[in-house]
Write a protein of this length. Structure first.
Length: 712
């Protein structure tokens, strides 16, 4: 069915459009019941209000009983106002009064949420005693959501009179021996054909309209106030503009189709109601909150109580206007609150069109005082204006151009000026944004002077430091030379002393008294220890004097060589050495081997008496250096003693308990620092120690890749 069509419930009639009125001729009360009960049942099944004015000799109670058999819960529907059954003559017979009554009943039904009104009314004599009949309100039906059946008694009509009645209705229903027959007179058919042609023309016009078109009927409350309106017809453009489909809204109230529209600030119902009741056409623009769109609307009334609206979607324009207003408001709010100095001037002649408060304050003018003046008048160098325009013409923008500005009071300030070309109120303009850099320039000049003075002092101090460094290098060289010479020259007399004291010990041991043997033993021990100290000192001084021979070297190979040299002491101690993957690096192989040897020997020397040494050697890397660690399970070190650990001749234990001369770790530190690395220890008493050292990464001649082969 089309949107405006309703199930008829009538024999031989399928569906009827709103606004249809027809007649039926009855001979008995049962004829009326057979026809009207299914007619009203179809209306109640489709959510319509029903008004049955019984006619002829049929009583209200008989009509109600017959309808109750066909319609469940009829009494409840009557209480809700959906069904009213009343005796004939309850309404005035005049057509004008009947039309008003009909419209009032329809408005009441639709404001209560019903789809429309289904009516049955008996035809009345045109005047008392007359044999011709009229159908009160029939002419109003065709414009309303109403289906109306007008009943006529069959007896008074001959064939000619019957056809005259048929001509005034869409069709007639007549009971004969075969049942109900549908009759259309020639005038009715012609009228229907003409209406069809008219509808086709109108629909063609509607289909080609770019504007939305909708035809409505206004609904009034009991006081005559517009409270709703009903969609009667809409075109395709209406569907496209609103997203509302004709199938969903035609015949429905706007408050159903667009819930909440009655609370819309635009007061669509009240505005359209005024048009429908006064006939005054209106044009306006308004926002439909329920649709989220703006429309330009023209509304007029072809008949009282009805109105048509033609409208177009102006949401895009309104959004653009709103965006423009918001943009201008944001621009003004931002510029007025900004600490940046902002000004707009005309390209053609430099006339100032806009300045913000910060700009006015910076140049000591009152708000708005600069508008209309020429921007170049503020420049200390008028040629700067030409330079700005040339840069804008060339690049379209300018950044960080420093301008000297003359304030209103004659004082001067410097601005760091950036600008670009824009359109301002329809004109080509320059938008400039500046920062006052007067203090910065002053500070920069002071800084430049201070820097020059500092450079002079630094140059003077550098010369002094160069002289001091030269003296220090000379002194260090002399000290190293002295240490070398002293340790080297002491070797010969120490060897002589050691040799003769050892000879005395071998030759005269037991021949002198016990005290003499002890003295000789002390002398031998002191001479040997003195030799060891001198040898260590010589080695310590040699590290800094020798030039480092760096080359690509396998740490695994040098570690293996160090372990071979320590094999005897490792075997005697029962030590187990676990070596992780070692890299290939650029280093001095001799010094690297000595470093491994000293640290591993140190781990063996300071072992626990009740457990064999367990030593772990590992290596890792980061972006800048290699990191090596030698971890043991030895006796550990007190944290308070760690700062002394790498100093020359520093011992943490008695010589009688653990032998040594206190140079091993000092030599390790000298080797590592001489190579540009660091060395440190992590230790706890009784829990062993871990010595760490780093060596910086260096590029080998062949950019050698690291090796992961463990030392053997």
């Amino acid at each position: 069915m089309r949107p405006r069509e309703r199930e008829s419930g009538l024999p031989s009639v399928d569906a009827l459009p709103w606004g249809t009125h027809f007649c039926c001729f009855h001979q008995t009360d049962q004829d009326l019941l057979d026809l009207l009960v299914p007619f009203f049942k179809a209306g109640l099944d489709h959510d319509e209000a029903c008004l049955w004015e019984v006619s002829g000799s049929l009583s209200v109670s008989a009509a109600a009983q017959a309808l109750a058999k066909a319609v469940p819960a009829l009494e409840r529907r009557q209480r809700q106002g959906q069904v009213r059954i009343m005796p004939a003559g309850s309404t005035l017979p005049s057509d004008g009064a009947a039309e008003q009554d009909l419209v009032r009943s329809l408005d009441e039904a639709m404001t209560h949420g019903f789809a429309g009104l289904r009516l049955a009314r008996g035809a009345a004599p045109s005047r008392p005693g007359a044999r011709d009949f009229v159908s009160p309100g029939a002419q109003a039906v065709r414009r309303l959501n109403v289906l109306a059946a007008f009943t006529y008694p069959r007896a008074p009509f001959n064939a000619s009179a019957l056809m005259e009645v048929v001509q005034s209705h869409r069709f007639a229903l007549l009971r004969d021996a075969r049942g109900w027959e549908v009759i259309e007179g020639s005038a009715a058919r012609a009228g229907k054909d003409a209406l069809k042609d008219t509808e086709e023309i109108l629909r063609s016009v509607f289909a080609n309209m770019s504007e939305g078109f909708a035809y409505h009927r206004i609904l009034l409350d009991s006081s005559g106030k517009p409270v709703d309106y009903v969609f009667l017809e809409v075109n395709q453009a209406f569907e496209e503009l609103t997203g509302l489909k004709a199938d969903d809204i035609v015949g429905r109230r706007v408050t159903e189709a667009l819930p909440g529209i009655e609370e819309d600030p635009s007061d669509w119902i009240g505005r359209y109601g005024k048009v429908a009741l006064t006939g005054e056409a209106v044009r306006f623009e308004s926002h439909a909150a329920a649709l989220g769109k703006w429309f330009a609307v023209s509304a007029f009334s072809p008949h009282r109580g009805f109105f048509a609206a033609i409208f177009s979607d102006i949401t895009t324009r309104k959004d653009a206007e709103q965006s423009l207003r918001e943009s201008e408001e944001r621009f003004r709010a931002i510029t007025e609150s900004s600490l940046t100095l902002i000004a707009v001037s005309r390209v053609s002649d430099g006339t100032i069109l806009f300045t913000n408060a910060a700009y006015d304050r910076a140049v000591a003018y009152a708000p708005g005082e600069l508008i209309g003046r020429k921007a170049p008048e503020l420049y200390a160098d008028p040629a700067d204006h030409r330079r700005v325009l040339a840069a804008l013409e060339r690049d379209g923008f300018l950044r960080d151009f420093e301008l000297e500005i003359i304030k209103k009071d004659g004082a001067r300030c410097w601005l760091s000026y950036s600008s670009r070309l824009i359109r301002f109120k329809g004109e080509a303009a320059v938008l400039g944004a500046s920062v006052d850099v007067t203090e910065r320039r002053r500070a920069t000049e002071q800084l430049r002077q201070a820097h020059a003075e500092l450079e002079a002092r630094v140059a003077e101090r550098t010369a002094d430091l160069d002289a001091a460094n030269a003296e220090l290098k000379r002194s260090n060289a002399e000290l190293e030379q002295f240490a070398h010479v002293a340790s080297h020259d002491l070797q010969e007399p120490l060897r002589m002393v050691a040799s003769f004291t050892q000879l005395l010990a071998r030759r005269y041991k037991g021949k002198l008294d016990q005290q003499a043997d002890e003295y000789i033993a002390f002398a031998v021990s002191g001479a040997v220890r003195m030799q060891e100290l001198v040898a260590g000192l010589l080695e310590f001084s040699r590290i800094s004097r020798q030039s480092s021979v760096s080359k690509e070297v396998s740490c695994g190979t040098e570690l293996s060589a160090a372990l071979i040299q320590l094999r005897l002491s490792l075997d005697e101690a029962g030590a187990q050495v676990d070596c992780g993957p070692m890299p290939t690096i650029v280093a001095d192989p001799v010094q690297l081997r000595r470093l491994f040897q000293n640290l591993i020997a140190n781990a063996v020397k300071f072992r626990k008496q009740d457990a064999p040494p367990r030593i772990r050697v590992a290596a890792s890397e980061d972006a800048r250096e290699w990191r090596f660690s030698i971890e043991d399970n030895g006796i550990g070190i007190e944290s308070s003693q760690i700062p002394r650990l790498f100093r020359i001749y520093q011992r943490l234990h008695r010589r009688e308990d653990i032998p040594g001369h206190g140079l091993g770790l000092a030599i390790c530190r000298r080797i590592v620092e001489h190579s540009g690395g660091r060395i440190w220890v992590e230790s706890e008493p009784g829990k062993g120690s871990t010595f760490h050292f780093t060596l910086p990464k260096q590029r080998s001649p062949r950019d050698a890749a690291t090796s992961t082969e463990p030392a053997r």
